[in-house]
Write a protein that binds this ligand. Structure first.
Ligand code: HEM
Length: 91
């Protein structure tokens, strides 16, 4: 399967906020917070896959929520090189 292609099976498998009239009321807030956290992590760290992580252990399995077969996602976080931003006077 092409990366970044979301199939209808994947949409049905991934339902962390539940569905229907009792679905999560905080879904939009939670997604926004997750995006902010992800952006902050990506700014601060270079993130790579651990050499011990295999394609097999990252295979998706259905336990109501989607879990990697190996039960964990082995990532390595290294502090990112700081990019200094210089304020410029636009007056
Ligand atoms: C990653 C974060 C979150 C996940 C995965 C999540 C997941 C869920 C799920 C699965 C339910 C349905 C429970 C059921 O079937 O009885 C639920 C309900 C609910 N969630 Fe969340 N939630 C998240 C964040 C939030 C946040 C940030 C808020 C509010 C600020 C929130 C407020 C609620 C409320 C009020 C309900 C009850 C809705 C009802 O019973 O009508 N949730 N959530």
């Amino acid at each position: 399967m092409e990366p970044n292609v979301v199939s209808s099976e994947m949409k049905e498998l991934f339902m962390p906020f539940s569905k229907g009239p009792r679905a999560c009321l905080g879904k939009s807030l939670a997604i926004m917070e997750l995006k902010l956290i992800t952006a902050a992590l990506l700014r601060s760290y270079e993130i790579g896959l651990s050499p011990t992580a295999t394609e097999d252990c990252m295979t998706m399995t259905d336990h109501f929520l989607v879990l990697p077969k190996g039960g964990k996602c082995e990532l390595i976080f290294s502090p990112a090189a700081r990019v200094e931003t210089v304020a410029t006077d636009v007056r």
